[in-house]
Design a protein around this ligand. Structure first.
Ligand code: ARG
Length: 382
């Protein structure tokens, strides 16, 4: 199926899935990054439990040295992508040290724009700015606006949508979520209720995974059912199918790209500790998709960087240059071996200094253009 044919058009924005040949991409930047504020949608924790007893999670700007190290590794990613013929663009630098006060909330500082994946998403020729789910990230679309205007001004086929901005008022959150014990989480894992309520449309872009005509959206701490409903009503009239997906054993789900990562048509890298719901797995099986389990990461959760809020599964945050070439973090040798066994050429780069800025290689990027059109990879759904 073809929703928008790309033949004979000088198009700038065109990306339908996570794996087609990459032509142009945005890589985030760490300047002026701050520690994420504590707020009803986010209770950041220090990794070291002993330290956490005597010290609270910091606020304000990250150290210059920390930011420099992250920028160095981001520059390494840029150099690798460019060496593979990919055009790389960067967002504007934005001062995240500014506090915010809106009619509904206040935060002492904002976060960073290292992870464009969380905010911005390309569906074919359309750029969507997510609603976002956290106060400290409310204005994170701003550093991308210059790029968006450039694509929109130069290519008349580009469609640009900003999803409804939520109030981020107290009613939007379920503060007691943070106090639930693991036993309570286990007992209620099939309710899929997290720190956001169902009162407003909420989604982060990184909860979506693009498989051509089919878009899979994880219900999470950062995306609620109304958010998925909004995506469905927005995208389905254009020919997409939007499916909610759930990983009940992930008690703190946010962003699908450390849980369920498509590598090429018919192949998904899956998280062995976070299986997808059986009835949702069936959609993939019925259309002949194969799952491969990611191997255990080389660091356990306690060995992740002190201020990093993501799990060890950042290991599987793979960025695809094409259906045959992928980039992973340099320490992840078992994953490298697995991917090579499945026929991939694997590039490895150091990226651990980026982890505390919100993620790894897939998170730190936003696809603008990949070769190829909208395909239907799920014949059993027709
Ligand atoms: N919540 C994920 C985990 O800890 C991390 C996701 C990071 N992804 C991103 N796009 N920022 O496993």
């Amino acid at each position: 199926m073809t929703i928008g044919s790309t033949e004979n058009r000088a198009i700038l924005v065109n990306s339908w899935n996570e794996w087609d040949d990459l032509e142009e991409i945005i890589v985030g930047i760490a300047d002026y990054a701050c520690f994420e504020p504590t707020e009803p949608g986010n209770h950041p924790q220090l990794r070291d439990k002993k330290l956490a007893e005597i010290m609270s999670f910091p606020t304000g700007p990250k150290k210059q040295k920390t930011t420099d190290k992250a920028n160095e590794e981001l520059a390494g990613l840029v150099a690798l992508l460019e060496s593979q013929g990919v055009i790389v663009r960067r967002p504007e630098v934005y001062d995240f040290r500014q506090s915010l006060k809106t009619p509904y909330f206040e935060v002492v500082n904002q976060y960073c724009n290292v992870c464009p994946r969380d905010v911005m998403i390309t569906f074919g020729n359309e750029i969507v700015e997510a609603t976002m789910s956290r106060r400290g990230r409310f204005f994170e679309y701003l550093p991308y606006r210059k790029l968006v205007y450039e694509y929109w001004d130069s290519d008349p086929t580009v469609v640009w949508t900003a999803a409804p901005k939520p109030t981020m008022s107290d009613e939007m959150y379920r503060e007691d979520f943070w106090a639930w014990s693991l036993e309570e989480r286990f007992a209620s894992m099939h309710n899929f209720e997290f720190c956001v309520t169902q009162s407003e449309v909420i989604f982060d872009a990184a909860d979506c995974s693009r498989f051509g005509r089919d878009i899979f959206v994880q219900e999470s701490m950062t995306t609620n059912r109304k958010g998925i409903q909004w995506l469905k009503r927005h995208l389905e009239p254009k020919g997409f199918r939007v499916h909610a997906v759930h990983f009940p054993l992930d008690f703190f789900p946010s962003h699908i790209d450390c849980t369920f990562v498509p590598l090429r048509p018919g192949l998904v890298l899956t998280n062995p500790e976070r299986p997808i719901l059986a009835e949702e797995e069936k959609i993939f099986r019925d259309s002949g998709w194969e799952f491969i389990f990611a191997p255990q990461p080389t660091s356990n959760n306690d060995e992740m960087p002190l201020f990093c809020q993501s799990s060890k599964w950042l290991s599987m945050n793979v960025l695809s240059i094409s259906p045959e070439k992928v980039i992973i973090e340099e320490r992840e040798k078992p994953l490298q071996a697995l991917l090579e066994k499945h026929g991939f050429e694997v590039f490895t780069i150091p990226f651990r200094n980026v982890f505390e800025f919100g993620g790894s290689l897939h998170c730190a990027t936003w696809d603008i253009r990949r070769k190829g059109d909208c395909e239907d990879y799920f014949p059993a759904l027709n």
